[in-house]
Design a protein around this ligand. Structure first.
Ligand SMILES: [Zn+2]
Length: 687
């Protein structure tokens, strides 16, 4: 009987929609057993307790509209009947008891689209509130079971203790083609929320929950006289070297300076120039050695020999490369750009490299020059020689017997605030050792390693030539990618050059294109910068914690940091216990950051890299975690700032005005001090 089957189906799924009953009032679902009545003309689906099996058989015989027959237990016989008011009264008179009005959607509302049968269920993954600089914020993440429906709209409704309420629309977050969850940026609230509930456009409704306080942890108070604020300007690699030297001189009993084993290229580039006009036809000529190696200023020219039937010839004399073009019988020059480039490469392979400019291949080579080759570097104060990257080792006992913590910064050249963080951290520990017993206790029990600038060459380039430089100064490009117009795109992304979860292993988030911002290099650990950090960690097996300091955005992250595209298969997830340890420790560190100037790293930005940011194949934290068993974290310092007038969050960038960078250095240095406490606690617990 179709009508009965439909009633059953609706009854089974519409239980949540109590408010949609067509007959509120005396017949509401909340009514007590004996109170259920219906008006004479009203119809409802009602669950009855019958007097026995015989009554059920009688109803069947009478043709009653029996929607369902619930299981009989302990002699209690029940049936769900569609009844009118008069039928309810008649059944009650015969001894049946109405026990429940089963909720049903009002079809009129259904047609208007205001009520639909719930097709999904919702669950809060996160719901946290916090107060920052006097403003209260709420952030939530909700997962729907309707993972494949791109049109599901989810709304979170919050309520404060005094009854104020409001709602937040969430956004669907899909990564690598896989639904993750719905979320929203933190929203401003008038007061602390006491409850939140999520509803979806499919009719789903979450449990109402009480949001948690984020981060829910605070560092111990600083003692009076605690010294801090050792940062008064942005610092170049040269400034950083000087600061390291000064700290060693000032605190000889607590500091070693470690020269890392792989010297970098240094602030150097080959000398290069266009022979000809790139807009018409040109050959790019580049020196093999660096410009600073007496190559800047070498000149190149092409000449017309002024005679018929001459071959292409080359001569290098007095720092001038002269290319005499071939001629035909009429004395007209006949050499092409490609022939000129090939001839230079064949004749002077140890001195020059040449190629036809992109678009110039095979064109007639003009008479041109002399052209002065130059490395184009503008930083006159930077030493043009290989750079020795240095690490500070800080602690009372530096023999490997104490638990080690590694903090390193500026893998990415343009992230100018990051060395300020690690240097402020170093100096807080050193300056307070003599006067603050708590700091002394930390430095007596922990062995701290700090690399303020992992990528000094790129940093020098960022300070002098191109402030968005992210990568190092290695140039692995070949062919026309070496055209000097690409000079700001060369280099290897140091934090994509490590050996775990790498591009070379098939992971996502790095590039084989030498001009890409995430170029992974020619192979794992092809770069001195990455090799240095690995060498330091491998040669000091007491290192059990690490923090990779980047900017910007306000993230606190851990492994896994990469996944493979097909199926979004991440590197192995930490165990449940370990994930909890990561999260609990993260909340302590986020709490220490917040204690400085009220900056709260969002709960949605606290978690595994692959989940909260993106897949970053070959990043160093994964290498440390999976290969060396180190509890490895990543900061992105520089949290978004709330603009109350504009009612929005605003990014701070890689090189904010110095007062903001200064603030970041102070708060994240405090986060690093908390990391030392976490290491100390781990050591003390003996686990
Ligand atoms: Zn970075």
């Amino acid at each position: 009987m179709p009508s009965r089957q439909r009633s059953v189906a609706i009854a089974a799924v519409a239980v949540l929609l109590a408010g949609a009953l067509a007959h509120p009032g005396s017949a509401s679902a909340a009514a007590h057993d004996n109170d259920i009545t219906l008006a004479a003309g009203q119809t409802a689906l009602v669950r009855f307790q019958l007097t026995g099996e015989q009554m059920f058989t009688d109803l069947l015989t009478e043709g009653a509209d029996i929607a369902a027959r619930p299981r009989t237990t302990a002699g209690v016989v029940q049936a769900d009947l569609v009844v009118k008011g008069a039928e309810l009264a008649a059944l009650t008179a015969r001894g049946a008891t109405a026990v429940q009005v089963i909720p049903t959607v009002d079809p009129a509302q259904l047609r208007r689209g205001k009520q639909r049968v719930a097709a999904d269920t919702l669950q809060f993954l996160q719901a946290y509130w916090w107060t920052s600089k006097g403003t209260t914020f709420l952030q939530t993440q909700v997962a729907t079971t309707a993972t494949d429906d791109p049109d599901v709209e989810i709304t979170v409704t919050w309520t404060t203790a005094d009854g104020r309420t409001g709602s937040v629309p969430l956004m669907r977050f899909v990564d690598a083609g896989e639904y993750q969850y719905h979320w929203a940026l933190p929203v401003k609230l008038p007061a602390q929320p006491v409850s939140v509930v999520a509803t979806s456009s499919l009719g789903g409704r979450s449990r109402q929950i009480t949001p948690g306080a984020w981060p829910g942890a605070a560092p111990p108070p600083k003692p009076s006289g605690y010294q801090q604020d050792f940062i008064d300007a942005y610092m170049t690699p040269t400034d950083i070297t000087a600061r390291i030297k000064r700290l060693k001189r000032q605190y000889p009993a607590l500091v070693d300076v470690l020269d890392l084993p792989h010297a970098t290229q240094g602030y150097r580039r080959t000398a290069v120039g266009y022979l000809g006009d790139p807009a018409v036809a040109a050959v790019v000529v580049e020196t093999i050695r660096y410009g600073a190696e007496n190559q800047n200023g070498i000149q190149v020219r092409t000449v017309d020999p002024g005679q018929p039937n001459r071959a292409l010839t080359l001569a290098y004399r007095d720092r001038v490369l002269t290319v005499s073009l071939a001629t035909d019988a009429a004395g007209k020059t006949t050499s092409s750009t490609t022939e000129v480039a090939d001839a230079i490469n064949a004749r002077f392979p140890d001195r020059f490299r040449a190629f036809a400019e992109d678009g110039s291949a095979g064109l007639p080579m003009p008479v041109a020059g002399p052209v002065r080759l130059d490395d184009g570097l503008k930083g006159t104060e930077v030493p043009a020689r290989p750079w020795t990257v240095q690490a500070l080792r800080i602690g009372k006992v530096r023999d490997g017997s104490k638990i080690g913590v590694l903090a390193y910064s500026q893998e990415h050249a343009r992230e100018w605030a990051t060395p300020l963080v690690t240097l402020e951290f170093a100096e807080r520990l050193l300056a307070n050792y003599a006067t603050d017993p708590a700091t002394a206790e930390l430095l007596d029990s922990v062995d701290v390693f700090i690399i303020p600038t992992v990528n000094p060459d790129g940093a020098n380039y960022a300070f002098n030539d191109f402030n968005f430089q992210r990568k190092n100064l290695s140039n692995h490009c070949t062919g026309t990618a070496r055209d000097p117009r690409n000079r700001d795109s060369w280099g290897v992304d140091v934090n994509r050059n490590y050996a775990v979860g790498s591009l070379f292993d098939g992971y996502v988030g790095a590039s084989t294109n030498c001009l890409s911002g995430t170029y992974a290099g020619t192979g794992e650990l092809s770069e001195p910068e990455s090799s240095n950090v690995v060498a330091l960690a491998e040669s000091h097996p007491n290192i059990k914690y690490s923090l990779n300091v980047h900017s910007y955005g306000g993230y606190f992250m851990w492994s896994p940091g990469a996944y493979k595209a097909a199926g979004r298969v991440t590197l192995p997830r930490p165990s449940i216990d370990e994930a909890k340890y990561f999260q609990d420790s993260a909340r302590r560190i986020v709490g220490a950051i917040a204690a400085e100037r009220g900056t709260v790293t969002w709960p949605s930005y606290t978690g595994p890299v692959a989940d909260v940011l993106y897949s970053a194949a070959g990043n160093f934290a994964d290498h440390l975690y999976y290969d060396l068993g180190i509890t490895a974290w990543n900061f992105e310092v520089g949290n978004d700032l709330w603009n109350d007038a504009a009612n929005r969050w605003e990014g701070v960038g890689f090189q904010p005005p110095f007062p903001e960078a200064h603030g970041e250095s102070q708060e994240y240095a405090a986060g690093l001090v908390e990391l030392i406490r976490i290491a100390r606690d781990k050591e003390a617990s003996g686990s």
